[in-house]
Design a protein around this ligand. Sequence first.
Ligand code: HEC
Length: 256
Amino acid sequence: MLKTVLLGLSVGAVGLALVLPTYAAAPVKIAAVAPIADVAGQIDASIKLLDEYLASNDVYTQNKKKVRTEATIVSVLSQAVVESEEKGSVAWNAAAADVRAGAISIADAKTYDDAKKGLAAVNEAHGGKKGAAASEHEWNKLAKLGAIMDAVQSRSGKIRGGSRKKADSITDAEVAEASGAATVLAVLELAVHEDTHEVKKKEDTPEWQKAAKEFQTQMTATAAAFKKKDMAGAADGWKKGNTACNACHDKFREKE
Ligand code: HEC
């Protein structure tokens, strides 16, 4: 009798373990992807752009895709702040999950009013006010893959442009822009790594994740190279990163 009760309990516990969501941490430590201050700097820049694109209904209507792109960047990069081992240096770290939640609602918004509401929530949290958002969130549920790819695309011109400059002529502003763009791409790729829904055959999952990991590694190296004005290193990282984009697209992207 006791035995059956115990058995029942342990079966129950196993059942519960299956039902309770388990949250996978990022595939690598955030500190190995980018310095958290750089990630936070890119979030600040994207929120500033969202303020501009949501200044009025007209501006919003003309910039809907950009709104989705910047909101996608804020949501994925805030997730990195939530999980960072070094987040103490980010003033609003306690509210990072609320920044993320607001950004997700902007990316999903169908109307100007909804987007504005999301932005108000983002700004409040970014100002340090902690809200009710749960800290845990799946990396593969932060944004749609298509939106992440658009965001990747939106920053690639700055890296390409920067990587063609010479060390003695690239300006500090260009260095900041190009390394910031590479930082954004490195973090976005953590979400791509976890979002394997485009992989039709399960045995191909390692190939997907290898391409995403390689891309992230190259963008991490590219961002660091720009900061040192190591232009050969930046150009090399960008070239290798592109090889990873193409490898993944050739294998997994549906031909239109
Ligand atoms: C790990 C795989 C992978 C990597 C790495 C990758 N992509 Fe993609 N990309 C995809 C898949 C899959 C799609 C199709 C997804 C969709 O349309 O929802 C896609 C679609 C796109 C699109 C079209 C977006 C849209 O609106 O449908 C663009 C632009 C793009 N990628 C750019 C890039 C660039 C630029 C890089 C590298 C700098 C890159 N991607 C790296 C897998 C990848």
